[in-house]
Design a protein around this ligand. Structure first.
Ligand code: TYD
Length: 408
């Protein structure tokens, strides 16, 4: 496939943002791996036909989701709560049949959501390409296949287990380059009354907050209601509901069904109108976004240099994939940020992708706090502020870049 064509419509993409040479967002690595570190040019394009905002080039899924993939969902208590609520929403919805419902989740990670179905004996199946993560789910009693989902996998599941009432995905769909193949697979998997419910970071929030750190190798698409409607429309499906979510700095839950199976909720009409009003369907919006991203970079670098020139110490809080984009795009290394504290054991003792800032356990932050902490996990701000009273009480200050670069 020509890399400059839209993955959904096949029409030419217009390049709107170049974030330079970037490593894998979640590719935390050891010193002896620096030499062979992978990088690629990370640029985004917009398709005027599908309205899809997408990466122009992307590493292969095998490069990204491998044996040592360093992301386990169940590391945040807020996310645990969120997935409990998502599961409750599904169970309480009109879409599950009363008699032996079957729920499938794509990219179930370590079972953070499906365990809420398995614990009640609801028939379920997780599909998770990272084998190490899938094993964790299985040991928690969440029945999980380690596969890359596509139409033939869907057909196999239908043959062996029947069609699904609900097909769920959270922070997964935007990762999948062969989206048309996956949407075909979803259509195959669903009963005539079945629904797909998925959520991902919402393009409207990204544009509004200049949160360009949502762009990294794994996020091949940033969806809007317009682009989701288009890509499912190609397979005879339509949006029937949309529900904004606070997670990941602003996400959207999309509910879709076979065309005509359900009444379309007013929320869909309202969101499509709002997206037109803020220009998510137009190229100029993305050109303006690029200017805002460039401004954000110069503001952040200027601020960090000023702080450093006063002899103050700066650390990062949360070695997120998002931080990889910021650090590499802004060329921020260990000269400006001493270390990044992170609670995920598999990241600790490693270095950040590309810029090679040491990742230290949370303990390091507590024992030897910096003067300033860059809140790279800004999407968890509420949870973090609640537990970092001691840091703030001792005069520690936060730096964030969304919705604009600021200290607080
Ligand atoms: P996440 O929100 O998944 O961001 P991304 O998708 O960009 O990788 O990751 C949050 C990271 O922040 C994760 O590595 C755990 C870490 N973290 C902390 O170190 N302390 C905290 O209190 C929280 C909430 C997260």
């Amino acid at each position: 496939m020509n890399k400059s064509l839209c993955r959904i419509s096949g029409e030419p993409l217009t390049e709107v943002l170049d974030l330079g040479s970037q490593p894998l967002g979640n590719g935390f690595l050891a010193k002896d791996e620096f030499q062979k570190e992978y990088s690629y040019r990370m640029a985004m394009g917009f398709c005027d036909t599908s309205k899809m905002f997408q990466l122009i080039e992307q590493p292969t899924p095998e490069q990204m989701f491998h044996e040592n993939y360093a992301f386990y969902s169940s590391t945040s208590s807020y996310m645990e709560q969120h997935f409990l609520e998502f599961a409750d929403y599904v169970k309480g919805s009109q879409y599950l049949s009363r008699n032996d419902p079957f729920v499938v989740e794509l990219g179930c990670n370590d079972g953070i959501m499906l365990k809420n179905f398995s614990s009640e004996g609801i028939r379920h199946l997780g599909i998770e390409p990272s084998r190490n993560v899938a094993e964790v789910a299985n040991t928690k009693g969440v029945r999980t296949l380690s596969e890359f989902f596509c139409e033939s996998v869907a057909e196999k599941i239908v043959r062996e287990e029947g069609r699904a009432d609900a097909f769920l995905a959270a922070n997964v769909m935007c990762h999948i380059p062969d989206m048309n193949g996956v949407v075909k697979g979803i259509r195959t998997m669903l009963k005539p009354t079945g629904v797909v419910m998925f959520e991902d970071p919402y393009l409207g929030d990204v544009i509004e907050k200049t949160s360009y750190d949502q762009i990294y190798d794994e996020h091949v698409f940033l969806f809007s209601a317009h682009s989701v409607q288009y890509m499912f429309g190609l397979q005879g499906m339509e949006l029937i509901d949309v529900l904004p979510q606070k997670t990941h700095g602003g996400s959207m839950r999309y509910v879709l069904a076979h065309i005509g199976a359900y009444t379309v909720n007013d929320s869909v009409v309202r969101l499509l109108q709002k997206e037109k009003a803020i220009g998510l369907d137009r190229l100029e919006t993305f050109e303006n976004f690029r200017r805002n991203v460039e401004q954000s970079r110069s503001d952040l670098v200027k601020l960090l240099r000023e702080i450093k020139s006063k002899g103050k110490r700066i650390a990062g809080y949360g070695a997120t994939s998002k931080s990889t984009t910021i650090l590499n795009y802004c060329n921020i290394g260990p000269d400006l940020i001493e270390y990044i504290s992170d609670t995920t054991p598999i990241k600790q003792g490693k270095f950040t992708p590309g810029m090679h800032i040491p990742v230290k356990p949370y303990d390091a932050f507590q024992k030897n706090p910096p003067d300033y902490a860059v809140l790279f996990a800004w999407n968890h701000a509420e949870e973090i502020m609640a537990k970092e009273k001691a840091f703030m009480g001792a005069g520690g200050q936060w730096i964030v870049h969304v919705p604009k670069v600021q200290v607080f």
